[in-house]
Ligand binder design. Structure first.
Ligand SMILES: Cc1cc2nc3c(=O)[nH]c(=O)nc-3n(C[C@H](O)[C@H](O)[C@H](O)COP(=O)(O)OP(=O)(O)OC[C@H]3O[C@@H](n4cnc5c(N)ncnc54)[C@H](O)[C@@H]3O)c2cc1C
Length: 483
C-alpha cells in the first residue's frame, strides 16, 4: 500500500515528489512516458518569471513570486543551472508606456521587488543590440533562466535518493475508489494508494474525470520556438519581452543557461494534446516579431526548432485543491505558464493541502536535500581533468564534440536514479547531442554507450518517446528485408 501516488512526472509532479520525500511515507510517481520531464516541462521558454504578469489574488501570482524566491537555494541544492539575469518588457510606442506602468503596479501588488521603468538610454546601455526604436522598458532584476528539464530530473533524482519510487512507461488508465483510498491502474501495475496527486499536465482533466465529475477542460495551446547556436548566445544578456497584448506575453528573445539563444513562443489553440509539430507560419511569425527588437540578429544561426503545449483552462488560473467529493484526491492542474517558475511553491502548497487532509505525516529525519553534483569535464582545471582520467579513462574520451561531453559523463547520468535510457534523455542530462550538430555525429556513439550500460541490444535504443527507433538491424545481416 502506498501513501501517495503522484500521476505525472513533469516539473510539478517531481517537485511534489521531493517535498513528500521529507516525510516517512511511501510515495510513488508514475508517468506514461519513458523518462521524467517528457511533457510540457521539456519545451518552454525556461524563464523564471519575476511575477508581474499574473492578476493579483490569483494562484498564478502568489506561487510565481514565492517560486521565484525559492529558486536560488533549490538550484544550489540540486546542482541545476540557474541564472538571475533580469528581464525587460520593452516599449516601442507611446501607448506601450501605460502598459508598462500597469505591469509595474500589478507586480508591486504581487510582491515583486525592485521593479523599475528605465529610459531608452539605460536599456541600450545594458543591451546595445536592441532596436533603436525602443523608447523605454520595465526592468525586473529578479527574473532568471533555468534548465527546465534539468530541474525536473534533479528533483526526481533527489526524491528517488530519498526513497520515492519512480514508475515510467506506465499510463494511468483507470482509478477506482475503495475503502482504504484508491486503486490506480498504471501500465501493468495496480497501485493501492491512500492519496493521489493529479499532476498529469495536458491530460489532468482526463485523470480527474476517472474519479470526479468533470469540472475543467484542458485546452492545449501550442508555442513554437527556434533555438540558435552558441555563437550568437550573447546577442542579449537579459530576457527581453515585448509589451504584452490581449493575446499574451508575445515573443520573447533570451539567452539560455547553456549559452544558446532562444526565440519564441507562438500562441495557437490546438485540438490535439499531442500536436507537437512546428510550422512554417509559426517560425516565420517568430522571425518577424523578433526582428522588431533585435533587427541585426543572424537568424541563419538556427540549430533546431521545437514546440511546447500549454495546458490552459477557460478561467485562466491554476487549480490546486482537494477534490470536493474525493477525499485525498488532489488536483494540481491547469499549470500553464508560469508553472515552471511556480513549481517549487506549487509543490509546497499541494503538500500542505495533503497534510491538512491526512492529519500530517512524520518527518523524515534522514532526508538529504543535496543531489550529487554532475561532472562537467570541460569546466575542470587541467589537473582535475588529468586526475579524473587517471581514475576513469572514460573521461578521456570526448563523445560529443560540439559540447565537449565525455564518455564518463554519459555513463554517470545513465547510472543515476531516474537515469537516461534514450538519446534525448542523454541530451537533456549531459548535453551530448545538444549542440550545433544536434547529435548528428555523436548519436551512434551515445547509442553504443546506452546499450552497453543498460545491457540491452542497440536496436532497442530509441531517440525519445516509445517506438522512436533509430536502428532496425545490421546492414550486412541477411535478416534485413530489402524492398
Ligand atoms: C510554450 C510554453 C512556454 C512556457 N514558458 C514558461 C516559462 O518561461 N516559464 C514558466 O514558468 N513556465 C513556462 N511554461 C509553463 C511550464 O512549462 C509548465 O507550467 C510546466 O512545465 C508544467 O509542468 P507539469 O509538470 O504540470 O506538466 P508536464 O511537464 O506536462 O508533466 C505532466 C506529465 O504527466 C504525464 N501524464 C499525462 N497523462 C498521464 C497518464 N494518463 N498516466 C501517466 N502519466 C501521465 C505526462 O507524460 C507528463 O510527463 C511554458 C509552457 C509552454 C507550453
Amino acid at each position: 500500500m502506498y501513501d501517495v501516488t503522484i500521476i505525472g512526472a513533469g516539473v510539478v509532479g517531481c517537485a511534489i515528489a521531493r517535498e513528500l520525500a521529507k516525510f516517512n511515507i511511501k510515495t510513488i510517481i508514475v508517468d506514461k512516458e519513458n523518462d521524467v520531464a517528457n511533457g510540457t516541462t521539456k519545451a518552454n521558454s525556461a524563464i523564471v518569471h519575476a511575477g508581474y504578469d499574473a492578476l493579483p489574488g490569483t494562484l498564478k501570482a502568489s506561487t510565481n513570486v514565492l517560486g521565484n524566491a525559492l529558486y536560488e537555494d533549490l538550484c544550489k541544492e540540486l546542482d541545476v543551472p540557474f541564472k538571475r539575469i533580469g528581464s525587460f518588457v520593452v516599449a516601442t510606442e507611446e501607448s506601450d508606456i501605460e502598459v508598462l506602468k500597469e505591469l509595474k503596479e500589478q507586480g508591486e501588488i504581487n510582491g515583486v521587488p525592485n521593479l523599475e521603468i528605465i529610459s531608452k538610454e539605460e536599456v541600450r546601455k545594458m543591451e546595445p543590440n536592441l532596436s533603436e526604436d525602443i523608447i523605454a522598458a520595465l526592468y525586473a532584476p529578479t527574473a532568471g533562466i533555468v534548465g527546465p528539464w534539468e530541474l525536473a530530473i534533479a528533483l526526481a533524482e533527489n526524491a528517488a535518493e530519498n526513497g520515492v519510487e519512480i514508475l515510467l512507461n506506465s499510463p494511468v488508465t483507470s482509478i477506482n475508489k475503495v475503502d482504504s483510498g484508491y486503486v490506480v491502474v498504471a501500465g501493468e501495475k495496480e497501485i493501492s494508494t491512500r492519496y493521489i496527486m493529479n499532476c498529469a499536465g495536458l491530460f489532468a482533466d482526463k485523470i480527474n474525470d476517472m474519479v470526479n465529475e468533470p469540472f475543467f477542460e484542458i485546452l492545449p495551446n501550442r508555442g513554437e520556438y527556434n533555438l540558435f547556436d552558441k555563437s550568437v548566445g550573447d546577442f542579449v544578456n537579459t530576457v527581453v519581452f515585448q509589451t504584452p497584448s490581449k493575446d499574451g506575453k508575445g515573443v520573447v528573445v533570451l539567452p539560455t543557461v547553456h549559452g544558446n539563444f532562444l526565440i519564441g513562443p507562438t500562441a495557437e489553440k490546438v485540438e490535439d494534446p499531442n500536436d507537437l509539430k512546428t510550422t512554417m507560419n509559426g517560425l516565420n511569425f517568430l522571425r518577424e516579431k523578433a526582428h522588431k527588437v533585435i533587427p541585426g540578429f543572424p537568424f541563419n544561426a538556427v540549430i533546431t526548432s521545437f514546440t511546447g503545449l500549454r495546458a490552459k483552462v477557460k478561467h485562466g488560473d491554476f487549480i490546486i485543491e482537494e477534490s470536493k467529493n474525493s477525499k485525498g484526491f488532489i488536483n494540481v492542474a491547469a499549470i500553464d505558464s508560469p508553472g515552471l517558475t511556480a513549481a517549487p511553491a506549487i509543490a509546497k502548497m499541494a503538500v500542505e493541502i495533503l497534510c491538512k487532509s491526512s492529519g500530517g505525516f512524520e518527518t523524515n529525519e534522514s532526508f538529504n536535500p543535496n543531489r550529487k553534483p554532475s561532472i562537467h569535464f570541460i569546466d575542470l582545471s587541467d589537473n582535475e581533468k588529468a586526475e579524473l582520467i587517471k581514475k576513469d579513462p572514460r573521461f578521456g574520451r570526448i563523445i560529443c564534440r560540439c559540447e565537449n561531453i565525455t564518455e564518463g559523463e554519459i555513463v554517470d547520468i545513465v547510472n543515476r536514479k531516474a537515469g537516461a535510457t534514450n538519446l534525448d534523455a542523454v541530451k537533456r542530462r549531459a548535453r551530448a547531442g545538444g549542440g550545433r550538430c544536434q547529435g548528428g555525429f555523436c548519436g551512434p556513439r551515445v547509442m553504443e554507450i546506452l546499450a552497453k550500460e543498460l545491457q540491452t541490444d542497440i536496436t532497442s535504443i530509441v531517440k525519445d518517446s516509445k517506438g522512436s527507433y533509430i536502428l532496425t538491424g545490421s546492414t550486412k545481416s541477411s535478416s534485413v528485408e530489402v524492398n
